[in-house]
Design a binder for this molecule. Structure first.
Ligand SMILES: [Zn+2]
Length: 322
């Protein structure tokens, strides 16, 4: 356990360790950023380090560290909602728990994962604790939309925004997860665009690989009737994946553009270089740029939820158009 074992987010780890080593720990911290950035992991390791009375959770066998690992440390409390929001009752329960002094060390950590789904009443209730926290209480929040929290909460919280991971960091973190049959992890690393969880999910879900292979076959032969039908069926069956599919298509066209400009290193789809070259040979730079901008528009419209089937039709037409 502990911050020492974490890979990436170097400046964040540095700041957290400094807070601990200089004894300057405040009462409220937040980890914010998109899904898949490791907010929860960082929050938990930070909590473990805060709770260790010997200030060294790394390989520490003290009762606090040991019970933290087992999930039974009484000085750690996580708000678990199981619903689409966190209501005032859960915050009241937290406050009741916080009224008692720590059992092992001199701190208690309260973790609210997904704090941005707290209701306004819950936030106002939590505010009371933030305004006058017992000296041993540390509250840790995680949030995708940190800005959606009440300004009064934010003004009393130190927010750490998670930075995108570098390709090398993602490579190092996913190494133990790589299945044997993956011959080329580079695509997953580049395609995840610094969001660790994306790379992990793509590697773990074989359906993602199938989806990618189908999309590439389709882009290779956009006028082949059976490819069109197959792609249309897959898109209809995997509605949630559409933004990812559009990203995949854009990654192929961006690579084609690079190839036409004579750049062949650093392609996202480097494991499919031959196919990329083949597709590139059928397009002009102008056409690729038009297509990329059309795809960006389609992607944006999907976020605001236009008619799904219509969206698929527009997408297919855009790719087929010569
Ligand atoms: Zn310890």
């Amino acid at each position: 356990m502990g911050l020492n074992k974490l890979i990436g987010q170097k400046s964040l780890v540095f700041q957290l360790k400094k807070l601990l080593s200089e004894g300057k720990l405040g009462h409220a911290y937040a980890f914010s950023g998109p899904e898949g950035m490791g907010k929860r992991t960082f929050a938990l390791e930070f909590a473990a380090d805060i709770l260790c009375p010997f200030g060294k959770s790394d390989g520490c066998g003290c009762v606090s560290c040991r019970t933290f690992l087992e999930g039974t440390n009484p000085d750690f409390y996580e708000v678990i909602s199981g619903k689409s929001s966190i209501g005032i009752d859960l915050i009241r329960a937290l406050q009741e728990h916080a009224a008692n002094r720590p059992a092992y060390g001199n701190k208690k950590v309260y973790f609210i994962d997904g704090a941005d789904i707290m209701t306004v009443q819950a936030q106002n209730c939590l505010l009371k604790t933030l305004e006058e926290p017992p000296e041993y209480v540390v509250i840790i929040l995680s949030a995708v939309n940190y800005e959606s929290l009440l300004p009064t909460i934010r003004s009393r919280t130190v927010n750490f925004r998670m930075e995108p991971y570098s390709e090398d960091e993602i490579r190092e973190i996913i190494r133990p997860l790589l299945p044997r049959n993956i011959e080329e992890p580079d695509f997953y690393i580049k395609f995840s665009r610094g969001i660790l969880g994306n790379a992990v999910r793509m590697l773990e879900e074989s359906s993602f690989r199938d989806l990618r292979l189908q999309i590439i076959s389709f882009l290779r032969k956009p006028d082949d009737f059976s490819q069109i039908e197959k792609t249309r069926r897959i898109l209809t069956e995997n509605r949630d994946e559409l933004p990812t599919v559009i990203d995949m298509i854009m990654s192929v066209y961006r690579d084609c553009l690079m190839v036409l400009m004579g750049i062949e290193s650093g392609l996202i789809n480097s494991d499919k270089k031959d196919i990329i070259k083949e597709i590139a040979s059928t397009c002009s730079k102008r056409k690729l740029m038009d297509r990329l901008s059309a795809l960006e528009t389609i992607q944006r419209n999907f976020r605001y939820n236009i008619n799904y089937q219509l969206g698929i039709d527009v997408l297919m037409l855009e790719i087929q158009e010569v």
